[in-house]
Design a protein around this ligand. Structure first.
Ligand SMILES: Cc1ncc(COP(=O)(O)O)c(C=O)c1O
Length: 392
């Protein structure tokens, strides 16, 4: 496992590295690609070997997920997170966002409110809007450099009868919080009391840096679990987003049956032979690779922390407790959001996701994807520093 190794991804139509994408969003096709949330690392060796083996066989007919697949998945969540997933509660979906979209439709009506804890992953906003629901914000509070949930506000929003769903991002993209047991208990208390269905997106669940610990929402209590669906996926964990695979975990039988009927009706639960083989191999043999990755990511974070301490450029790091994303606070530079975006993309030559993409609460911030060789992070920091020193 050599995470320092640079691997050219431009020979494939990679979204993150696409020159057209960089030009369109950052006004600079040559900007260093640090926006899209996938990593510039090869997947675990077991995944690559399994794919090669599968390809060499040469027959790719219809398959089902074997018993061994579910054993590997269950064992992963049990061993790493103490979460005993009942396989009967799993519903396969092509992707997390696909599962969330369907769940929104099934647990609310047109015009109903869906609560979001902004700044938050922008695709939530997109699917709420396109489903004809309303976005109801329960903004996070930034206190002493750490984001916290505003429970008073959440209780008020949840008490409105037409607000039917909360989308929880656990751990949180982009701010990097790994929600604690106590925080999730409060969320559960409020949502159960007001009958607000919780959709917990736990795609970043495997990325928590000690002493922080990912707490699966469904483990909070049986009552909380009966009022929720959690979306899980191997995509981020093993850097296999392009394989397209996810599961909704739904303990409530009626909710699960609804999703199951939909999946059956629209035939979205077919098995991709490569994905299935790769994901099983990852769950079975990917632990050592992931541990090494988590250590490497913490090294990248340490580099950013130290760099920003040593170079006085009025940019600070919101300390990530998990994820492979660094949420940087540029508000001290007193630039408006568009100006900041332009300076980063065109002058510093780094493609960071502008904070306002995650809601207006994110204005003045930018998100850096740090799942890349350390020298890329170093170069981005150097560029940002010289650009802002020169221009401030
Ligand atoms: C919080 C979160 N949810 C969902 C996704 C996308 O997942 P999928 O590609 O499975 O829809 C991402 C990708 O960045 C994400 O960060």
């Amino acid at each position: 496992m050599n995470f320092d190794r640079s691997i050219d991804r431009s020979q494939f139509p990679t979204m993150k590295w696409s020159r057209a994408f960089l030009e369109e969003h950052f006004g600079n096709a040559d900007a260093s690609p640090m926006s899209v949330a996938d990593m510039d690392f090869q997947a675990p060796p077991a995944v690559i070997e399994q794919l090669q083996k599968r390809a060499a066989h040469g027959i790719f007919g219809y398959e089902f997920r074997p018993e061994s697949f579910f054993e590997a998945l269950e064992s992963w969540y049990q061993t790493r997170h103490g979460w005993a997933i009942d396989r009967d509660h799993l519903e396969q979906c092509p992707s997390i966002m696909n599962a969330i979209s369907i769940l929104i439709d099934q647990h609310s009506n047109t015009g109903d409110g869906v609560i979001l804890q902004s700044p938050v992953f922008f695709e939530f906003r997109m699917v709420i809007k396109s489903s004809g629901r309303r976005i109801v914000k329960n903004p996070l509070k930034l206190e002493g450099g750490r984001y916290l949930m505003d429970f008073e506000d959440l209780a008020q929003k949840a008490a409105v009868p037409t607000n039917k769903i909360l989308i929880l991002c656990n751990p949180h993209n982009p701010v990097g919080r790994v929600w604690t047991q106590e925080e999730l208990e409060k969320v559960a208390e409020i949502c159960v009391q007001h009958d607000v269905f919780v959709i917990s997106d736990e795609i970043h669940g495997d990325f928590a840096f000690p002493p922080h610990r990912y707490v699966p929402y469904l483990t909070i209590s049986e009552t909380a679990a009966q009022n929720a669906a959690t979306c899980i996926s191997p995509a981020k964990t093993f850097n296999i987003s392009g394989m397209v695979d996810a599961f909704a975990v739904i303990p409530n039988q009626e909710s699960r049956q609804q999703l199951h009927s939909f999946a059956h009706r629209y035939q979205i639960n077919k098995v991709n032979v490569f994905t299935s083989a790769a994901v099983e191999a990852a769950f079975r043999e990917g632990a050592t690779w992931l541990d090494a990755l988590l250590t490497y990511l913490q090294g990248n974070i340490a580099l950013i922390r130290q760099f920003l301490q040593e170079n006085k450029i009025n940019v600070s790091l919101i300390e990530p407790e998990g994820t492979f994303l660094a949420w940087l606070d540029f508000r001290g530079l007193k630039l408006d959001a568009k100006e900041l975006e332009k300076r980063l993309g065109q002058d510093a030559q780094v493609a960071l996701s502008p904070g306002y993409w995650y809601g207006r609460e994110g204005a003045g911030f930018a998100r850096m994807t740090i799942g890349c060789p350390r020298k890329i992070v170093q170069r981005a920091l150097d560029n940002i520093c010289s650009s802002f020193q020169k221009q401030s």
